[in-house]
Design a protein around this ligand. Structure first.
Ligand code: XUL
Ligand code: CO
Length: 433
Protein backbone atom coordinates (compact mmCIF):
# COMPACT_ATOMS: atom_id res chain seq x y z
CA UNK A 1 0.00 0.00 0.00
CA UNK A 2 1.51 3.34 -1.01
CA UNK A 3 1.14 6.27 1.30
CA UNK A 4 0.10 8.80 -1.32
CA UNK A 5 -1.74 11.15 1.05
CA UNK A 6 0.97 10.88 3.72
CA UNK A 7 0.51 13.16 6.73
CA UNK A 8 -2.85 14.51 5.54
CA UNK A 9 -5.34 14.30 8.41
CA UNK A 10 -9.01 13.36 8.19
CA UNK A 11 -10.94 16.55 7.52
CA UNK A 12 -13.26 17.58 10.33
CA UNK A 13 -15.66 20.47 10.79
CA UNK A 14 -14.11 23.30 12.78
CA UNK A 15 -16.54 26.15 12.08
CA UNK A 16 -16.31 29.39 10.06
CA UNK A 17 -13.52 30.93 12.15
CA UNK A 18 -11.06 28.11 11.59
CA UNK A 19 -7.97 29.06 9.61
CA UNK A 20 -6.80 25.47 9.19
CA UNK A 21 -6.57 24.33 5.57
CA UNK A 22 -7.50 20.85 6.69
CA UNK A 23 -10.91 21.68 8.11
CA UNK A 24 -14.43 22.26 6.92
CA UNK A 25 -15.65 25.72 7.83
CA UNK A 26 -19.23 25.38 6.56
CA UNK A 27 -19.80 21.69 5.83
CA UNK A 28 -20.65 19.87 9.02
CA UNK A 29 -21.94 16.52 7.82
CA UNK A 30 -23.82 15.98 11.09
CA UNK A 31 -25.47 19.40 11.28
CA UNK A 32 -29.23 19.01 11.21
CA UNK A 33 -31.23 21.25 8.92
CA UNK A 34 -35.00 20.72 8.67
CA UNK A 35 -34.73 17.36 10.39
CA UNK A 36 -32.02 15.96 8.10
CA UNK A 37 -28.22 15.98 8.27
CA UNK A 38 -26.23 18.11 5.85
CA UNK A 39 -24.59 14.92 4.58
CA UNK A 40 -28.06 13.62 3.65
CA UNK A 41 -29.14 16.90 2.10
CA UNK A 42 -26.09 17.41 -0.10
CA UNK A 43 -25.18 13.77 -0.83
CA UNK A 44 -21.63 14.59 -2.02
CA UNK A 45 -20.02 12.27 -4.52
CA UNK A 46 -16.39 12.18 -5.69
CA UNK A 47 -15.70 11.38 -9.36
CA UNK A 48 -13.11 8.65 -9.83
CA UNK A 49 -12.11 9.74 -13.31
CA UNK A 50 -10.82 13.31 -12.96
CA UNK A 51 -9.28 12.65 -9.56
CA UNK A 52 -7.55 9.35 -10.24
CA UNK A 53 -7.55 8.57 -13.97
CA UNK A 54 -6.97 11.90 -15.70
CA UNK A 55 -3.30 12.49 -16.56
CA UNK A 56 -3.50 16.30 -16.77
CA UNK A 57 -3.34 16.75 -20.54
CA UNK A 58 -4.62 19.65 -22.62
CA UNK A 59 -4.65 20.17 -26.42
CA UNK A 60 -1.04 21.40 -26.30
CA UNK A 61 0.55 18.98 -23.90
CA UNK A 62 0.20 15.59 -22.32
CA UNK A 63 0.54 14.19 -18.86
CA UNK A 64 1.50 16.49 -16.00
CA UNK A 65 0.40 14.30 -13.10
CA UNK A 66 2.89 11.67 -12.08
CA UNK A 67 0.75 9.11 -10.26
CA UNK A 68 2.27 5.79 -9.21
CA UNK A 69 -0.89 3.89 -10.28
CA UNK A 70 -0.86 5.07 -13.92
CA UNK A 71 -0.59 2.06 -16.25
CA UNK A 72 -2.77 -0.70 -17.60
CA UNK A 73 -2.46 -3.67 -15.28
CA UNK A 74 -4.99 -4.93 -12.76
CA UNK A 75 -2.39 -4.54 -10.00
CA UNK A 76 -2.18 -0.82 -10.75
CA UNK A 77 -6.00 -0.60 -10.92
CA UNK A 78 -6.11 -2.02 -7.40
CA UNK A 79 -3.45 0.42 -6.21
CA UNK A 80 -5.57 3.21 -7.69
CA UNK A 81 -8.61 1.91 -5.77
CA UNK A 82 -6.55 1.80 -2.56
CA UNK A 83 -5.53 5.44 -3.02
CA UNK A 84 -9.05 6.51 -4.02
CA UNK A 85 -10.55 4.95 -0.90
CA UNK A 86 -7.81 6.56 1.18
CA UNK A 87 -8.93 9.94 -0.16
CA UNK A 88 -12.57 9.01 0.52
CA UNK A 89 -11.61 8.23 4.14
CA UNK A 90 -9.89 11.59 4.51
CA UNK A 91 -12.85 13.49 3.04
CA UNK A 92 -15.56 11.33 4.59
CA UNK A 93 -18.04 12.02 1.78
CA UNK A 94 -20.95 9.58 1.47
CA UNK A 95 -20.73 8.71 -2.27
CA UNK A 96 -18.46 8.22 -5.26
CA UNK A 97 -18.97 7.58 -9.02
CA UNK A 98 -17.07 5.76 -11.78
CA UNK A 99 -16.85 4.84 -15.46
CA UNK A 100 -15.65 1.30 -16.23
CA UNK A 101 -12.53 2.74 -17.88
CA UNK A 102 -11.58 4.61 -14.69
CA UNK A 103 -11.51 1.60 -12.43
CA UNK A 104 -9.78 -1.03 -14.58
CA UNK A 105 -7.86 -1.28 -17.87
CA UNK A 106 -9.65 -2.72 -20.89
CA UNK A 107 -8.77 -6.28 -21.86
CA UNK A 108 -7.77 -7.50 -25.32
CA UNK A 109 -11.29 -8.73 -25.99
CA UNK A 110 -14.78 -7.72 -24.96
CA UNK A 111 -15.00 -10.79 -22.72
CA UNK A 112 -11.73 -9.95 -20.99
CA UNK A 113 -12.88 -6.36 -20.45
CA UNK A 114 -16.04 -7.69 -18.84
CA UNK A 115 -14.27 -10.16 -16.58
CA UNK A 116 -11.78 -7.50 -15.47
CA UNK A 117 -14.73 -5.27 -14.61
CA UNK A 118 -16.21 -8.09 -12.53
CA UNK A 119 -12.91 -8.57 -10.73
CA UNK A 120 -12.53 -4.87 -9.84
CA UNK A 121 -16.21 -4.65 -8.87
CA UNK A 122 -15.57 -7.25 -6.17
CA UNK A 123 -12.48 -5.37 -5.05
CA UNK A 124 -14.41 -2.08 -4.83
CA UNK A 125 -17.27 -3.87 -3.07
CA UNK A 126 -14.93 -5.08 -0.30
CA UNK A 127 -13.66 -1.55 0.22
CA UNK A 128 -17.18 -0.15 0.31
CA UNK A 129 -18.19 -2.74 2.87
CA UNK A 130 -15.17 -1.91 4.98
CA UNK A 131 -16.58 1.58 5.54
CA UNK A 132 -16.03 3.29 2.18
CA UNK A 133 -18.61 5.52 0.51
CA UNK A 134 -21.63 4.22 -1.37
CA UNK A 135 -21.99 4.36 -5.14
CA UNK A 136 -23.99 7.36 -6.33
CA UNK A 137 -23.79 6.19 -9.93
CA UNK A 138 -21.93 4.03 -12.35
CA UNK A 139 -21.52 4.67 -16.07
CA UNK A 140 -19.76 3.32 -19.16
CA UNK A 141 -17.01 5.19 -20.94
CA UNK A 142 -18.18 4.97 -24.56
CA UNK A 143 -16.07 7.86 -25.84
CA UNK A 144 -12.32 7.56 -25.13
CA UNK A 145 -11.32 4.50 -27.15
CA UNK A 146 -10.96 5.21 -30.87
CA UNK A 147 -13.64 2.60 -31.69
CA UNK A 148 -16.15 5.17 -30.40
CA UNK A 149 -14.87 8.09 -32.50
CA UNK A 150 -18.11 8.16 -34.55
CA UNK A 151 -20.38 7.51 -31.58
CA UNK A 152 -21.52 4.50 -29.56
CA UNK A 153 -25.27 3.82 -29.96
CA UNK A 154 -25.38 6.31 -32.85
CA UNK A 155 -22.40 4.81 -34.69
CA UNK A 156 -22.79 4.02 -38.42
CA UNK A 157 -21.06 0.69 -37.67
CA UNK A 158 -23.46 -1.84 -36.08
CA UNK A 159 -20.51 -3.61 -34.41
CA UNK A 160 -19.85 -0.51 -32.33
CA UNK A 161 -23.54 -0.47 -31.36
CA UNK A 162 -23.18 -4.10 -30.24
CA UNK A 163 -19.93 -3.38 -28.36
CA UNK A 164 -21.64 -0.47 -26.60
CA UNK A 165 -24.67 -2.60 -25.64
CA UNK A 166 -22.40 -5.29 -24.18
CA UNK A 167 -20.39 -2.68 -22.24
CA UNK A 168 -23.44 -0.95 -20.80
CA UNK A 169 -24.82 -4.35 -19.80
CA UNK A 170 -21.79 -5.23 -17.67
CA UNK A 171 -21.55 -1.69 -16.27
CA UNK A 172 -25.19 -1.90 -15.18
CA UNK A 173 -24.48 -5.29 -13.59
CA UNK A 174 -21.55 -3.78 -11.68
CA UNK A 175 -23.67 -0.80 -10.59
CA UNK A 176 -26.38 -3.16 -9.33
CA UNK A 177 -23.87 -5.34 -7.50
CA UNK A 178 -22.38 -2.32 -5.72
CA UNK A 179 -25.81 -0.99 -4.73
CA UNK A 180 -25.51 2.07 -7.01
CA UNK A 181 -28.41 4.46 -6.60
CA UNK A 182 -28.36 5.70 -10.21
CA UNK A 183 -26.99 4.72 -13.60
CA UNK A 184 -25.84 7.60 -15.86
CA UNK A 185 -25.64 7.86 -19.63
CA UNK A 186 -23.72 10.85 -20.89
CA UNK A 187 -23.84 10.86 -24.70
CA UNK A 188 -20.06 11.06 -25.01
CA UNK A 189 -19.79 11.08 -28.81
CA UNK A 190 -23.50 10.67 -29.57
CA UNK A 191 -23.60 13.55 -32.02
CA UNK A 192 -21.96 14.51 -35.30
CA UNK A 193 -19.42 16.78 -36.94
CA UNK A 194 -20.95 17.26 -40.41
CA UNK A 195 -24.23 16.38 -42.12
CA UNK A 196 -22.17 15.53 -45.20
CA UNK A 197 -21.46 12.11 -43.67
CA UNK A 198 -24.36 11.77 -41.22
CA UNK A 199 -27.90 10.38 -41.33
CA UNK A 200 -29.22 12.36 -38.38
CA UNK A 201 -32.67 10.73 -38.34
CA UNK A 202 -31.25 7.22 -38.26
CA UNK A 203 -28.72 8.05 -35.54
CA UNK A 204 -31.39 9.57 -33.32
CA UNK A 205 -33.54 6.46 -33.74
CA UNK A 206 -30.58 4.22 -32.85
CA UNK A 207 -30.05 6.27 -29.67
CA UNK A 208 -33.73 5.97 -28.78
CA UNK A 209 -33.79 2.22 -29.31
CA UNK A 210 -30.60 1.82 -27.27
CA UNK A 211 -32.06 3.75 -24.34
CA UNK A 212 -35.25 1.64 -24.45
CA UNK A 213 -33.07 -1.48 -24.17
CA UNK A 214 -31.18 0.03 -21.22
CA UNK A 215 -34.46 0.72 -19.42
CA UNK A 216 -35.74 -2.81 -20.18
CA UNK A 217 -32.51 -4.38 -18.95
CA UNK A 218 -32.61 -2.41 -15.68
CA UNK A 219 -36.04 -3.91 -15.05
CA UNK A 220 -34.92 -7.42 -15.98
CA UNK A 221 -32.04 -7.41 -13.50
CA UNK A 222 -34.06 -5.72 -10.75
CA UNK A 223 -32.06 -2.48 -10.75
CA UNK A 224 -34.39 -0.10 -8.94
CA UNK A 225 -32.05 2.89 -9.08
CA UNK A 226 -32.72 5.82 -11.37
CA UNK A 227 -31.50 5.92 -14.98
CA UNK A 228 -30.15 9.40 -15.75
CA UNK A 229 -29.16 11.17 -18.96
CA UNK A 230 -26.52 13.89 -18.72
CA UNK A 231 -27.06 16.52 -21.42
CA UNK A 232 -24.30 18.54 -23.07
CA UNK A 233 -24.63 20.70 -26.20
CA UNK A 234 -21.24 20.24 -27.84
CA UNK A 235 -17.74 18.96 -27.11
CA UNK A 236 -16.57 16.46 -28.06
CA UNK A 237 -18.83 16.50 -31.17
CA UNK A 238 -20.01 19.75 -32.71
CA UNK A 239 -23.69 18.80 -32.40
CA UNK A 240 -24.43 16.55 -29.42
CA UNK A 241 -27.91 15.00 -29.61
CA UNK A 242 -28.56 15.46 -25.86
CA UNK A 243 -28.20 19.24 -26.14
CA UNK A 244 -30.00 20.34 -22.97
CA UNK A 245 -32.91 19.39 -20.71
CA UNK A 246 -35.63 20.57 -23.07
CA UNK A 247 -34.11 18.68 -26.01
CA UNK A 248 -33.71 15.50 -23.98
CA UNK A 249 -37.31 15.75 -22.79
CA UNK A 250 -38.51 15.82 -26.41
CA UNK A 251 -36.34 12.79 -27.12
CA UNK A 252 -37.68 10.90 -24.08
CA UNK A 253 -41.28 11.69 -25.08
CA UNK A 254 -40.60 10.46 -28.59
CA UNK A 255 -39.51 7.06 -27.29
CA UNK A 256 -42.05 6.82 -24.45
CA UNK A 257 -39.35 7.11 -21.77
CA UNK A 258 -40.36 10.34 -19.99
CA UNK A 259 -41.43 8.43 -16.88
CA UNK A 260 -38.39 6.14 -16.88
CA UNK A 261 -35.39 8.43 -17.26
CA UNK A 262 -34.38 11.61 -15.43
CA UNK A 263 -31.57 14.12 -15.76
CA UNK A 264 -28.08 14.42 -14.37
CA UNK A 265 -27.35 18.11 -14.88
CA UNK A 266 -23.87 19.58 -14.95
CA UNK A 267 -23.20 23.27 -14.28
CA UNK A 268 -20.56 23.52 -17.00
CA UNK A 269 -22.77 21.83 -19.60
CA UNK A 270 -25.61 24.26 -18.83
CA UNK A 271 -23.23 27.16 -19.48
CA UNK A 272 -22.09 25.63 -22.79
CA UNK A 273 -25.77 25.38 -23.80
CA UNK A 274 -26.22 29.09 -23.17
CA UNK A 275 -28.26 28.54 -20.02
CA UNK A 276 -27.71 29.20 -16.36
CA UNK A 277 -27.41 26.10 -14.18
CA UNK A 278 -30.56 27.07 -12.29
CA UNK A 279 -32.47 27.28 -15.57
CA UNK A 280 -31.61 23.68 -16.38
CA UNK A 281 -32.59 22.50 -12.89
CA UNK A 282 -35.86 24.46 -12.92
CA UNK A 283 -36.70 23.17 -16.40
CA UNK A 284 -36.06 19.55 -15.40
CA UNK A 285 -38.06 19.99 -12.20
CA UNK A 286 -40.97 21.52 -14.09
CA UNK A 287 -40.98 18.54 -16.47
CA UNK A 288 -40.74 16.03 -13.61
CA UNK A 289 -37.33 14.74 -14.70
CA UNK A 290 -34.86 16.30 -12.24
CA UNK A 291 -32.45 13.69 -10.85
CA UNK A 292 -28.91 14.63 -9.86
CA UNK A 293 -26.14 17.19 -10.45
CA UNK A 294 -22.50 17.44 -11.44
CA UNK A 295 -21.49 20.58 -9.54
CA UNK A 296 -18.43 21.58 -11.57
CA UNK A 297 -18.20 24.96 -13.20
CA UNK A 298 -16.79 26.21 -16.46
CA UNK A 299 -14.68 29.24 -17.04
CA UNK A 300 -17.09 31.81 -18.47
CA UNK A 301 -14.58 33.14 -20.98
CA UNK A 302 -13.04 29.96 -22.37
CA UNK A 303 -16.04 28.47 -24.20
CA UNK A 304 -15.11 24.88 -23.40
CA UNK A 305 -15.69 22.41 -20.63
CA UNK A 306 -13.04 23.29 -18.04
CA UNK A 307 -14.60 21.17 -15.23
CA UNK A 308 -13.37 23.34 -12.36
CA UNK A 309 -14.23 22.87 -8.73
CA UNK A 310 -17.08 25.21 -7.70
CA UNK A 311 -16.05 28.35 -5.85
CA UNK A 312 -18.86 30.82 -6.40
CA UNK A 313 -21.24 30.65 -3.47
CA UNK A 314 -24.02 32.93 -4.81
CA UNK A 315 -24.15 30.87 -8.02
CA UNK A 316 -24.25 27.58 -6.11
CA UNK A 317 -26.99 28.97 -3.82
CA UNK A 318 -29.29 29.68 -6.78
CA UNK A 319 -28.82 26.14 -8.07
CA UNK A 320 -29.68 24.63 -4.68
CA UNK A 321 -32.61 27.03 -4.36
CA UNK A 322 -34.17 25.40 -7.44
CA UNK A 323 -33.31 21.93 -6.15
CA UNK A 324 -34.96 22.69 -2.81
CA UNK A 325 -38.01 24.12 -4.54
CA UNK A 326 -38.24 20.81 -6.37
CA UNK A 327 -38.16 18.94 -3.02
CA UNK A 328 -34.41 18.24 -2.74
CA UNK A 329 -32.52 15.15 -3.86
CA UNK A 330 -34.06 11.69 -3.76
CA UNK A 331 -31.71 9.20 -5.47
CA UNK A 332 -29.49 12.01 -6.78
CA UNK A 333 -26.71 13.96 -5.17
CA UNK A 334 -23.93 16.51 -5.69
CA UNK A 335 -21.17 14.89 -7.74
CA UNK A 336 -17.91 16.76 -8.31
CA UNK A 337 -17.08 15.96 -11.93
CA UNK A 338 -14.19 18.35 -11.39
CA UNK A 339 -10.57 18.25 -12.31
CA UNK A 340 -7.62 20.03 -10.79
CA UNK A 341 -5.84 22.58 -12.94
CA UNK A 342 -2.95 20.72 -14.62
CA UNK A 343 -0.36 22.62 -12.58
CA UNK A 344 -1.88 21.48 -9.27
CA UNK A 345 0.47 18.55 -8.95
CA UNK A 346 0.52 17.76 -5.26
CA UNK A 347 -1.60 15.12 -3.51
CA UNK A 348 -2.72 17.80 -1.09
CA UNK A 349 -4.17 19.84 -4.01
CA UNK A 350 -6.62 17.01 -4.67
CA UNK A 351 -7.81 16.92 -1.08
CA UNK A 352 -8.11 20.67 -0.60
CA UNK A 353 -9.93 21.16 -3.91
CA UNK A 354 -12.67 18.91 -2.54
CA UNK A 355 -12.62 20.53 0.90
CA UNK A 356 -13.22 23.96 -0.66
CA UNK A 357 -15.94 22.61 -2.93
CA UNK A 358 -17.81 20.92 -0.05
CA UNK A 359 -17.68 24.16 1.92
CA UNK A 360 -18.92 26.33 -0.95
CA UNK A 361 -21.80 23.92 -1.53
CA UNK A 362 -22.73 23.71 2.15
CA UNK A 363 -22.79 27.50 2.41
CA UNK A 364 -24.84 27.81 -0.74
CA UNK A 365 -27.24 25.11 0.39
CA UNK A 366 -27.83 26.73 3.76
CA UNK A 367 -28.40 30.12 2.10
CA UNK A 368 -30.86 28.54 -0.33
CA UNK A 369 -32.70 26.76 2.45
CA UNK A 370 -33.11 29.98 4.41
CA UNK A 371 -34.16 31.87 1.30
CA UNK A 372 -36.88 29.31 0.67
CA UNK A 373 -37.99 29.10 4.31
CA UNK A 374 -38.32 32.88 4.64
CA UNK A 375 -40.47 32.88 1.53
CA UNK A 376 -39.74 36.47 0.47
CA UNK A 377 -39.00 35.46 -3.11
CA UNK A 378 -41.86 32.99 -3.43
CA UNK A 379 -44.27 35.58 -2.04
CA UNK A 380 -43.25 38.00 -4.78
CA UNK A 381 -43.59 35.39 -7.50
CA UNK A 382 -47.02 34.40 -6.19
CA UNK A 383 -48.08 38.05 -6.10
CA UNK A 384 -46.92 38.48 -9.69
CA UNK A 385 -49.29 35.74 -10.89
CA UNK A 386 -52.13 36.55 -8.47
CA UNK A 387 -54.35 37.86 -11.29
CA UNK A 388 -54.67 34.26 -12.48
CA UNK A 389 -56.53 33.33 -9.27
CA UNK A 390 -59.63 35.22 -10.46
CA UNK A 391 -62.33 32.88 -11.87
CA UNK A 392 -62.55 34.73 -15.20
CA UNK A 393 -58.80 34.47 -15.67
CA UNK A 394 -58.73 30.76 -14.79
CA UNK A 395 -61.65 30.05 -17.12
CA UNK A 396 -59.68 31.44 -20.07
CA UNK A 397 -57.35 28.42 -20.03
CA UNK A 398 -60.25 26.12 -20.94
CA UNK A 399 -61.95 28.62 -23.21
CA UNK A 400 -61.51 29.59 -26.89
CA UNK A 401 -59.96 32.54 -28.65
CA UNK A 402 -63.37 33.84 -29.79
CA UNK A 403 -64.95 33.65 -26.30
CA UNK A 404 -61.94 35.38 -24.76
CA UNK A 405 -62.04 38.05 -27.47
CA UNK A 406 -65.75 38.68 -26.89
CA UNK A 407 -65.28 39.07 -23.13
CA UNK A 408 -62.16 41.23 -23.50
CA UNK A 409 -63.99 43.68 -25.77
CA UNK A 410 -67.20 43.62 -23.71
CA UNK A 411 -65.26 44.49 -20.57
CA UNK A 412 -63.00 46.83 -22.56
CA UNK A 413 -59.97 45.53 -20.70
CA UNK A 414 -56.93 47.78 -20.40
CA UNK A 415 -53.82 45.85 -19.20
CA UNK A 416 -51.62 47.96 -16.95
CA UNK A 417 -47.87 47.09 -17.15
CA UNK A 418 -46.33 46.34 -13.75
CA UNK A 419 -42.70 46.25 -12.68
CA UNK A 420 -40.89 42.90 -12.84
CA UNK A 421 -38.81 44.12 -9.85
CA UNK A 422 -35.67 42.21 -10.87
CA UNK A 423 -33.22 44.46 -9.02
CA UNK A 424 -35.35 44.42 -5.87
CA UNK A 425 -35.44 40.63 -6.00
CA UNK A 426 -31.68 40.47 -6.54
CA UNK A 427 -31.32 42.65 -3.44
CA UNK A 428 -33.34 40.08 -1.50
CA UNK A 429 -31.03 37.28 -2.68
CA UNK A 430 -28.04 39.35 -1.58
CA UNK A 431 -29.33 39.31 1.98
CA UNK A 432 -28.59 35.58 2.05
CA UNK A 433 -25.40 35.19 0.04
C1 XUL B 1 -18.27 15.00 -19.70
C2 XUL B 1 -18.91 14.61 -18.43
C3 XUL B 1 -18.79 13.17 -18.05
C4 XUL B 1 -20.02 12.61 -17.46
C5 XUL B 1 -19.96 11.11 -17.23
O1 XUL B 1 -18.34 16.36 -19.97
O2 XUL B 1 -19.45 15.42 -17.74
O3 XUL B 1 -17.72 13.04 -17.16
O4 XUL B 1 -20.32 13.20 -16.23
O5 XUL B 1 -19.64 10.40 -18.37
CO1 CO C 1 -20.46 15.29 -15.88
Amino acid sequence: MIDFFKDIPEIAYEGPDSISEFAFRHYDPDEILDGKSMADHLRFGVAYWHSFAWPGGDPFGGQTFDRPWFGDTMELAKMKADVAFEMFRILGQPYYCWHDADVRPEGDTLAESRSRMEEITDYLGEKMEAGGPKLLWGTANLFTNRRFMSGAATNPDPEVFAWSAATVKYCMNATLKLGGENYVLWGGREGYETLLNTDLKREREQAGRFLCMVVDYAKKIGFDGQILIEPKPQEPTKHQYDFDTATVYGFLKDFGLENEVKMNLEQGHAILAGHSFEHEIAMAASLGIFGSIDMNRNDYQSGWDTDQFPNNMPEVALAYYEILKAGGFTTGGTNFDSKLRRQSLDPVDLILAHVGAFDVCARGYKAASKMLADGALTAQVNARYAGWDAPDAKAMLTSSLEDIAARAEAESIQPEPRSGRQERLENIVNRYV
